[in-house]
Write a protein of this length. Structure first.
Length: 223
C-alpha cells in the first residue's frame, strides 16, 4: 500500500484525454440560395428531424450562401454505426420538407472536431476568375486527393459558385397560361451547355462551342 501511494504521484495525467466522440456532419448544398433561405428551407427542416434522434448530446449548424452544415455529437454509449443509421433515417424523413430543386440530397460523414487538417493547400490565379479556380479545385484536385489511401475527408472553402436566382410573378405567368414548371423547363432548355453545331469542310471539321448559358446574375428581376 505504501508503494502504491508513492507510485500514485507519478502516474501520468492528461488534461485533455483523447476521446473519440461519435460525431457526424451533415452537409447540404443549394447553389444560389441566400443564408436566410438556407436556414428556413434546409437547415430548419433537417434540425427538426435530426433533433429527435436518441443519444444526441449536441447539435450545431452553420448556414451560409448555398451551404448548410449541421454537426451532430452523440453520447459515448452510442456506437457510430448505429448513429449513422439514425442520421440516414432522419434525412430520409426530412426529404419531403426540403426544396425539390436541390442538386443533390444531404450527405453525411464521420468527423472528429478535435482533428486538425494534415494538409492545407491555397490556390490562386492571376488570370482565372475565382469561380473557375474553385471549379478546378473541386473537379480535379480534390477528387485526386480523395483517392489517396488513408484520406478521410477533403473540403473546399473560400471560393464562389456561380448561380442565378430568378423570381417570377405567378399571376403574370397565369395570365399567359403558364406556370412555374413551364418557366423552369424553358430556362433549363435554353441553358444547356452543349455545342450548337459544326462546320464541315473538305479537309477539316470545326465544332461550334457557343452556348446560351447565363454567366452572371441579372441586374433586374424577371417578372
Amino acid at each position: 500500500m505504501l508503494v502504491g501511494i508513492v507510485a500514485y504521484r507519478f502516474l501520468p495525467l492528461s488534461a485533455l484525454p483523447e476521446v473519440d466522440y461519435p460525431t457526424i456532419q451533415v452537409v447540404t448544398l443549394y447553389p444560389g440560395a441566400s443564408p436566410d433561405v438556407m436556414t428556413s428551407s434546409v437547415t430548419a427542416p433537417l434540425e427538426v428531424q435530426l433533433g429527435q434522434m436518441p443519444g444526441l448530446n449536441q447539435m450545431s449548424s452553420v448556414s451560409s450562401a448555398g451551404s448548410s452544415v449541421i454537426t451532430l455529437q452523440f453520447s459515448l454509449a452510442l456506437s457510430l454505426d448505429l448513429a449513422e443509421q439514425e442520421v440516414q433515417a432522419a434525412i430520409n424523413a426530412a426529404g419531403n420538407l426540403l426544396p425539390t430543386d436541390l442538386p443533390a440530397p444531404p450527405i453525411y460523414s464521420k468527423v472528429n472536431p478535435a482533428d486538425a487538417p494534415v494538409l492545407t493547400l491555397g490556390l490562386t490565379s492571376k488570370t482565372l476568375p475565382l469561380t473557375q479556380v474553385e471549379d478546378l479545385a473541386d473537379t480535379r484536385l480534390a477528387q485526386k486527393i480523395s483517392q489517396l489511401t488513408g484520406v478521410g475527408l477533403v473540403s473546399i472553402s473560400g471560393g464562389h459558385r456561380p448561380a442565378v436566382r430568378i423570381q417570377a410573378d405567378l399571376r403574370q405567368l397565369a395570365a399567359y397560361g403558364l406556370n412555374i414548371d413551364d418557366l423552369r423547363t424553358t430556362l433549363g432548355t435554353a441553358n444547356v451547355n452543349t455545342p450548337k453545331g459544326n462546320f464541315d469542310g473538305p479537309t477539316r471539321q470545326y465544332t461550334i462551342n457557343a452556348n446560351d448559358q447565363l454567366k452572371k446574375r441579372p441586374t433586374t428581376t424577371i417578372w
